[in-house]
Ligand binder design. Sequence first.
Ligand code: ADP
Ligand code: MG
Length: 628
Amino acid sequence: MNKFEQLGLNESLLLAIKDLGFENPSEVQEKAIPVLLEQNTDLVALAQTGTGKTAAFGFPLIQKIDAENRNTQALILSPTRELCLQITNEIKLYSKYIKGLHTVAVYGGASITEQAREVKRGAQIIVATPGRMQDMINRGLVNIKNIDFCILDEADEMLNMGFYEDICSILSDTPDEKNTWLFSATMPAEVARIAKQFMSSPVEITVGSKNSGSATVSHEFYCVNARDRYEALKRLADANPDIFSVVFCRTKRDTQAVAEKLIEDGYNAAALHGDLSQAQRDGVMKSFRGRQIQMLVATDVAARGIDVDNITHVVNYQLPDEIETYNHRSGRTGRAGKLGTSIVIITKSELRKISAIERIIQQKFQEKTIPSGIEICEIQLLHLATKIKDTEVDHEIDNYLPAINEVLDGLSKEELIKKMVSVEFNRFINYYKKKRDLSGEKGERSERSSEPREIRAGDPVRYFINIGTRDDFDWMQLKDFLKDTLELGRDDVFKVDVKEGFSFFNTDGEHTEKVMSVLNGYDMNGRRINVEISKNDGGGRRDHNGRSSGGFGGGRSSGGFRGERSGSAPRREGGFRSDRNSSAPKREGGFRGERSSSAPRREGSFSDRPRRSESSGDTPRPRKPRRS
Ligand code: ADP
Ligand code: MG
């Protein structure tokens, strides 16, 4: 007798379970299923995400439903449309050998009349989001007055999302005699209140310790300067070539901006947030599931209910406002017994939050340093070598070998290997050899008093730059150059003060990261640009440059630099960009989860050079992260 049979499940369920490939029940299943089968009781079950809660209530529910009676007998409430569809799908799989059993999903953003019609045709089980359910009830499109079971799935999430009143109202529309089963990852006060209000002496099941994180997730934090946040994210991605991750930002705007930057820089990334249409969100989720997207940048709300297995990393690009939310984020990885890593990119001023989170998850964080450029190059190189080794040869290539051999004739094996690997490696090494380390920020900061103060997004920051009139710039030309190179707006670069061999200028703190990463190392006709944050803070804002460089103002605008600009001014090698647009395979079908090292799609990230807007082609330009 198999384990599921021992729990008391019947033949049609056992067949479906076999099809699903479940061998052994998970702990929450083992604890909940027999209780729910044997007793008519209320139940509160606490278990982390990814522990198999859907089947824990789904199996006994299906067994208890009378499939010959077409009335609605069960209502499952879940926080999001995404989850609602997932549960519906699972329930359908579990019940596929039971004739006449119908499950209908009811959620916002789709036709309510169509959903009502489906319900009317006979749905013993309705899986609904609270908002749409309330709507249906108000319009008299559904009758839940005689249900036998009500399941609150991810109760903590639903309450987090502000569904308390909807849930109370829906529950008061159901009969008192029904059984209520509440499933949740955590037990905050609001969940306890619902349980108290709507349940009578529920059986309690806890898997793992209450409110604790999953043992399959390890937690790491990286302390960086605020302006290095994005660069740190990129390095973490580069240091994990097979990353398949959700990157959490605090706001929709940041989510969009980070995703766009990543895309610009050649990563397989996409944004998921509430400003996208449902169709767009569905598209993103589909690509993510299909692994065409390696980095899904999401808000907490939009990511609720993301149930994708095998996520390798959760990245907290910014910590959530409510540290409790951390648990939900990290629960997106380490599912179904797999290992996962939850990463926090944090600034020194936020460090105290780490211990607060440690108390909640009852697990310790490991402090790590962002890998150096050299370390990343090493990782990438080994990854490439492994990939070459593991690549299966398609013998179509045989046809081309004579010609290829001719080209490569005379190279020794050693030379050939070196050159082959360099094709990929050069990009990394060229990018990273100019880059400073992001690590050791904490120590450095306390030792060097000249370390820039913490930059806040709205504050003006003054920079020193090692180019000036000697390089044929006057203030207007330098301003134009900076604005174009940094892709900033007209007024974003101000207080430009040009001296002979160097200059000063200001931007808002929100642009500092970009200024530093784009300009430092920029090659201007063989001259390497160097930018530093100036200790002299340059005073207030935008008094229009003061024309401090007097005679130069405008006078030479048609001469020297400007006139030559299209020819000799520093710009990225044009070919790069158009290359990527025309030939970069977004994703070759069979490659699931693997970065294709030969696809030119990542090249953007390994050029120091800023991109010119006019060559942006079809890639969306980053929306400017304006602070209000
Ligand atoms: P939760 O609701 O607790 O977050 P799910 O019910 O969504 O977790 O299950 C997570 C994943 O584990 C799903 O892919 C599901 O198919 C799988 N799963 C559930 N139970 C088992 C089992 N007994 N054996 C193997 N996989 C399982
Ligand atoms: Mg679930």
